[in-house]
Design a binder for this molecule. Structure first.
Ligand SMILES: NC(=O)c1ccc[n+]([C@@H]2O[C@H](COP(=O)([O-])OP(=O)(O)OC[C@H]3O[C@@H](n4cnc5c(N)ncnc54)[C@H](O)[C@@H]3O)[C@@H](O)[C@H]2O)c1
Length: 300
């Protein structure tokens, strides 16, 4: 069973993907019970005819007891200028959710989606002491999807012609797109663009959420699909390599911080942390990003 805490835009989009593909049973847990029940009633009609899966809604955390995976998409409000804007309220919220998960289902694999992503992934892991390999922050894969999309638009290509696209570090203003690894039709991206263009693309990725909000209230489907892919990889034990946030213990030269780095996922959560080669500039930017997240954690 997959439990999804928070039945808002993101939580319900993830639930819809899980149910409509018959991946597993879903439990929606929301602060307001009616919202969870209503969304479950709606998504119930997306169960395929030959499927055994079901979806229910509740505000009762004790029902998460048999979950294999718990996805945290709860939010206390909407930030307007920066993902760290509501940090104190979000940290308080995730500490309460951590207590419930520790009480009812401490052996589940946890996917954190709520913002500020890296801070909440760190706080959740420290509060629950669940193995760091089972607490996975999902966001850098979304940032990577945004990087790939922007490149496809710039070069007027299909996204499939653009490979090795990753964004590492904070899911925030210090995120680091890794230009040095990107191949476009097997050519090195760095041979095709100059530094000014790199800076422009970096700003566009970092501000993607702001551009999107000019047209719709908040992002929903991109993060849902990236989260669904990780859930699916865990349930089906299909290894998946994606950038995700994990509490670091010396990898990339960082400790006592959680940030997006490439990981291999399987049925046990994060099976392996992958250390990819970065150029000097990217390495320095990743250090700055780690320190930005650490400063937020230390300010709590
Ligand atoms: N990681 C990413 O890349 C990414 C992308 C998009 C959104 N997000 C984040 O995902 C979160 C959810 O976004 P959304 O647009 O779905 O928000 P939303 O406001 O639509 O939904 C949040 C839901 O959480 C519920 N909730 C609040 N506190 C709760 C609690 N303690 N227990 C259970 N439910 C609770 C609310 O009632 C609400 O229904 C936000 O923090 C958002 O910033 C992250």
């Amino acid at each position: 069973m997959i439990s999804i805490i928070g039945s808002g835009k993101v939580g319900t989009a993830i639930a819809f993907l899980c149910i409509s593909t018959s991946l597993d049973d879903v439990l929606l847990v929301n602060r307001t019970k009616d919202k969870a029940i209503g969304e479950a009633l709606d998504i119930s009609n997306a169960v395929p005819e030959n499927s055994n899966v079901s979806i229910h809604g509740t505000d009762d955390f004790s029902k998460i007891i048999d979950s294999d995976i718990i996805v945290i998409t709860a939010s206390t409000g909407t930030y307007l200028k920066s993902r760290t804007e509501m940090m104190d309220a979000q940290v308080k919220m995730i500490k309460n959710i951590a207590k419930e998960i520790k009480k009812y289902c401490p052996s589940a694999i946890i996917l954190v989606v709520s913002n500020p992503l890296d801070v909440l992934t760190y706080v959740f892991q420290k509060e629950t002491k669940i193995s760091r390999n089972k607490v996975i922050g999902i966001a850098s894969s979304l940032d990577s999807s945004r990087f790939r999309y922007l490149l496809s638009e710039k070069f007027n290509l299909n996204q499939s012609q653009i490979n090795n696209v990753i964004v590492l570090g904070e899911h925030g203003d210090s995120m680091v797109p890794i230009f040095s690894r990107v191949k476009i039709n097997k050519m090195n991206l760095l041979e095709m663009i100059d530094e000014t263009e790199q800076n422009l693309i970096t700003t566009e990725i970092r501000n993607y959420w702001k551009s999107l909000r000019k047209f719709k209230s908040r992002s929903q489907f991109g993060i849902a699909k990236n989260t669904f892919d990780v859930i699916s990889s865990i349930i089906k034990n299909n290894e998946l390599i994606v950038p995700a946030s994990i509490v670091l213990n010396g990898e990339y030269g960082e400790k006592d911080v959680s940030m997006g780095i490439p990981v291999k996922i399987n049925k046990d959560g994060i099976k392996e942390i992958i250390e990819v080669k970065l150029n000097q500039a990217e390495h320095s930017l990743l250090k700055i990003s780690a320190q930005t997240i650490r400063d937020c954690i230390n300010s709590l």
